[in-house]
Design a protein around this ligand. Sequence first.
Ligand SMILES: Cc1cc2nc3c(=O)[nH]c(=O)nc-3n(C[C@H](O)[C@H](O)[C@H](O)COP(=O)(O)OP(=O)(O)OC[C@H]3O[C@@H](n4cnc5c(N)ncnc54)[C@H](O)[C@@H]3O)c2cc1C
Length: 410
Amino acid sequence: MRIAINGTGVAGPTLAYWLRHYGHEPMLFEKAPKLRTGGYVVDFWGVGYDIAEKMGLLPRLHELGYSMEELRMVDADGEPKARMKGDTFRALTDGRYVSIARGDLAATIFDACDGIEARFGRSIVGLRQHDAGVRAAIDDGTHEDFDLVVGADGLHSHVRELTFGPESDFEHFLGFQVAVFIAPGYPRRDELVFVSHTIPGRHLARISLHGDETAFLFIWRSERNPEGGAFPETDDDKRRLLRHVFADMGWEAPDALALLDGAENIYLDRVSQIRMDHWTKGRVALVGDAAACASLLAGEGSGLGMTEAYVLAGELAAGDHERAFAAYEQRMQPFVVGKQQAAMRFAGFFAPATKRAIWMRDLGVRMASVPWLARMLMGSSLRDEIELPTYDTPEPKAGEAAHPAPTLWA
Ligand SMILES: Cc1cc2nc3c(=O)[nH]c(=O)nc-3n(C[C@H](O)[C@H](O)[C@H](O)COP(=O)(O)OP(=O)(O)OC[C@H]3O[C@@H](n4cnc5c(N)ncnc54)[C@H](O)[C@@H]3O)c2cc1C
């Protein structure tokens, strides 16, 4: 089948890779003019890691990534208040864990798609489904016919909007905003340490990256649209908002904010989940954050997106998209919704609302330095209760009825 994938992030190229593996003809669209490397650092483990292994990507991911040694909570003077060793996390994941810039993860997956057509600076802007396929309108004014179209275009998916309706029907704002920017030349460096300072409702962390770059991560409690008006879209608006919220935070906030002027591509967004009862409609499907963003609080969004892509492609191996779409939802939705619900339990981790809650959070981090306590506190949330199916010898499941998944978010 000829299958268009809108979005060349993490889930999109994973889907393209596996679709081609099963003999389909995927085509990628990406609105950005080129693939971006770098960006914020994501922790990568679990079932997504297993899929990366199946794709032969692990050596490259470990080469580009970071083997983090410490999570360190510091006070306003930079003195450590709580620490957790990276070894604790590695032990809980049997060493199958790497931290890597999101862009580097996406680029590594994309590199494995060599030979698959990818159109950068291009986006699907209209969809018309008919009995035999989908006619997609491309933003260069052309139209193309596909058997299926998949939205892998992230939290603010346009394919989702075109097919299922407005984002507001599916977005569940979790009460936080997040911003990340990367700047060269920050003088304080703590290699392989996530250094973090929290005051009630506000969190700032930095990670020293390869070369002389530093990533700054801001998380704060807020209304959906912080100043009542439009959500900040331009870098200038984002700078203004960050200065407004963090100027009096203390610790290294003034120094970090001073670097904002030179920073480009500032990432600033709401912390939200996407909750949908169905990820497919007719000949259109969603994967990754477009379908079921669990938010950065889940800490496993990349792996979940890759897993959805792997399963969707695998189910499509036998053709028959109606059966495949139903099987995809049935297999993946309970697992992913469980992850979304687990993420809610960690919602306050980065930016607790009160001093007492920060104290409790730091106590939890200290306790997690003890291996058996770590296993008790975090073990179950790091385990992925899903068995990855193998699709290498797909059998058309004749007679198996496609029936809709149950309502998951009542
Ligand atoms: C600060 C932060 C920290 C995070 N930490 C972690 C972590 O530790 N571990 C983890 O696993 N995950 C983490 N995540 C989540 C993770 O980044 C996402 O879950 C993951 O990137 C989702 O992959 P995706 O391919 O679905 O979407 P994305 O990676 O967002 O990719 C979507 C792609 O679609 C493109 N696109 C968007 N709109 C269009 C359009 N209209 N037309 C064409 N292309 C379009 C975008 O340019 C992008 O390339 C974090 C997220 C944030 C914000």
